[in-house]
Design a binder for this molecule. Sequence first.
Ligand code: TXA
Ligand code: MG
Length: 292
Amino acid sequence: MAFPTETVYGLGADAFNAKAAAKIFEIKRRPSFDPLIVHIAKADQLFFLAEHVPQEVKKLINTFWPGPLTLVLKKRKEVPDIVTGGLPTVAVRMPDCEIASMLIKKTGTPIAAPSANRFSRISPVRAEHVKAQLGNGPDLIIDGGKTKHGLESTIVSFEKGKFFLLRAGAISPEEIREKTGIKLCKTSTGKVSAPGQLKKHYAPKAKLIIVKNEKMAPELSAAYIAFRKKPSKKYRAVLTLSPSGDLREAAANLFDFFHNLENKKIRLIYIEKVPSRGLGLAINDRIKRAAA
Ligand code: TXA
Ligand code: MG
């Protein structure tokens, strides 16, 4: 079943039902090494999933849950391997979305769910996007309108006393530091990376070219996605991520614009990067992967 969250739509199944979880991989055509995020609605559900919740991690939970922060913790053996891609850890978050939390409460079980898109394609931020990519794959799609953040959750792990940023997302490292004093480290490779975060990801069907400005964008049959200021040339379509330069607005628009241009059958998209502060880190990460 597909359902909305405050980030993107998820394709969910009972996290303790390996057969149901396997169906998610089938519908998404997702490789099985790519683990799922388990969604909970009440803090005590965490204890059915995680072996142990370190005191330091509780600080993040108290500050950001419910909300778009996913925590990677040592898993309990009851969590099926298919959910965690065979890893000894499980990724958990508590969505800040009425429909999602009601669904979890009514079913009475944590729900394992990746984004409700085909593998390596753009994450859906409206029910129509799920339908367009997955068709009749899910037995049900709950329509909750456009999601609030339009960008996936931030993924953080805690190992040997340190927090690592595995995926930039809807909560910026700056916000985490301001509210908790916690400074996130990059992973040992120096890159933001979680399994399944392949170089090519979030890709629209059109060819995507990153440009600094319209001087680098000669083809007028293309679409142009600007950060703030519209280009002067007459492209086939022109979209502005945020005229006021608000990164929250830009994040909420990015995937929605990709889907929108896909509907228009646009073959080439020029796109400007955004300033890399705050949410800009996650937005630019998605733009780079979509263009890879
Ligand atoms: O906002 C979100 O996080 C959305 C909504 C539906 O909650 N979900 C989402 O899931 O974006 P998705 O499709 O990105 O897949 C989950 C990703 C995996 O690709 C992997 O990068 C990371 O979460 N992940 C899951 N379990 C992990 C683990 N044990 N260790 C490290 N990363 C993990
Ligand atoms: Mg995804």
